[in-house]
Design a protein around this ligand. Structure first.
Ligand code: FES
Length: 168
């Protein structure tokens, strides 16, 4: 089977010109997640805009610690969610976010799930205003967008470590 070669090719392709990499300084919300097993951490910024009376995602950007699959998925996902409402974006599963990469091998499924979790975290970090469903208020909404991946020195940074494999 050449599925893995194929996947590697697609990942390499996505990495050649990753979209939306870097901090979005005027973002409306930010989500950060980490995986304690592999050490990857992903932060995702989202900016909304009004379109036809709806609040939709104008732009999303991300930063990663370096997992190639997570970067490839985040690159695709940040493109995919543009123009969607928060509810529409929240409905996307990791397989859909990884879309063009095709099915991921078991070892790499968590990479896509990390992107999904960062997206959820970001979409919920604006106190639920973006989501159609009411979300509990978040006290420490978005930390300073200038801070980097230095959770130890930034106690305000909200980091969720995903120890257990996600459902599904
Ligand atoms: Fe853990 Fe990719 S290896 S996020």
């Amino acid at each position: 089977m050449t599925m893995n070669d194929d996947l590697q090719k697609r990942i390499t392709e996505a990495l050649r010109n990753p979209q939306n990499m870097g901090e979005l300084t005027d973002a409306d919300s930010v989500g950060t997640v980490g995986n304690s097993d592999c050490g990857e951490m992903l932060r995702l910024w989202i900016k909304f805009k009004e379109q036809n009376g709806k609040k939709v995602i104008d732009r999303a950007t991300f930063q990663s610690f370096g997992c190639e699959t997570a970067i490839a998925v985040a690159s695709l996902a940040t493109e995919l969610i543009r123009g969607k409402t928060a509810a529409e974006a929240l409905a996307l599963r990791s397989e859909e976010l990884a879309g063009e990469l095709g099915p991921l091998p078991p070892m790499k499924i968590h990479c896509a799930e990390l992107v999904e979790s960062a997206l959820r975290s970001a979409l919920k970090s604006d106190g639920g205003q973006a989501a159609a469903a009411p979300a509990p208020p978040v006290a420490d909404a978005a930390p300073s967008l200038l801070d980097k991946f230095t959770p130890a020195s930034n106690p305000g940074t909200r980091i969720i470590f995903l120890d257990a494999p996600g459902p599904g």
